[in-house]
Design a protein around this ligand. Sequence first.
Ligand SMILES: [Zn+2]
Length: 303
Amino acid sequence: MSQTKNYYKILGVEKTATFAEIKKRYRELAKKHHPDVNNSSQKAENNFKILSAAYQVLSDKKKRKEYDQQASYRKSTSSRQDRQRSWTDPGDDFNFRGQRTEYQDDFRRTTTEEEQKYDPDFPTRGFDLQFMLELPLVTIALGGTVPYSYEKYVQCQDCEGTGSDSEGTCATCKGKRLVVQQATVDVKVPPGVGDKFTLRIPNEGGEGKNGGPPGDLLIQFITQPHPRFKRRQSDIYAEVPISRELAEKGGSLEVELLDSVQTIRIEEDTLTGEELRIPGQGAGINWGKKRGDFIVKFKIEDE
Ligand SMILES: [Zn+2]
């Protein structure tokens, strides 16, 4: 995972190191890692580049200050992401950075990695946000529109996303350029969407920094258990208790389906476990208007 590098660690100095200390340390390391003394290996060259990048930032008063600010911002946002993804399967490789790079690649290719890492004015894509949305089985089965409220990062209005104002560091965003704001989006639930399916809603994630594009919102659907209905793909199963008398003599019975009530016929000598299939009253098929079946499973009371 390409995380932003810790320049202090690279140079092996404390965060409080003076310019003289940084310079001295850089000279020592530069001698050791210079490609000329390392048979010009690719690895040595890379090490030397990273070292130079670290020194360029930490030896420049302004750049160092900005780097420090960014570091504290990264820290606060990463702990936030960890909370949001804490429910995901630990074996699942999904994570925010990993997910983002795929969509960010085109956007990022315009500059080198090292440049973006410490340039606070570099346009950065907003965070992707993933949440779980628990919905009643009926909503999942039939689809619908569900408003969803969440928190996301947006550009700080007080400093117009610059991180500073006439008095110095912006007090509202503390120089982070972004603030947390409540947002609401209408989530369109596809009819018969799979349990644990994740829907990507473009551009509803965190706002980008410095004019970068927004991230996406990812909603994972979780079906709340229903007291009577069970879903198997596009079919819905319901156990319906009937009296012994009705089971023996036969007759009619009102049954509550997903979105209607129907009167069904009970045959004579119906046994526990017998099924009645009602076509087209199940869950949506392939996110469309067509529906699966509703299957009534009889259970004779007192048996
Ligand atoms: Zn601000």
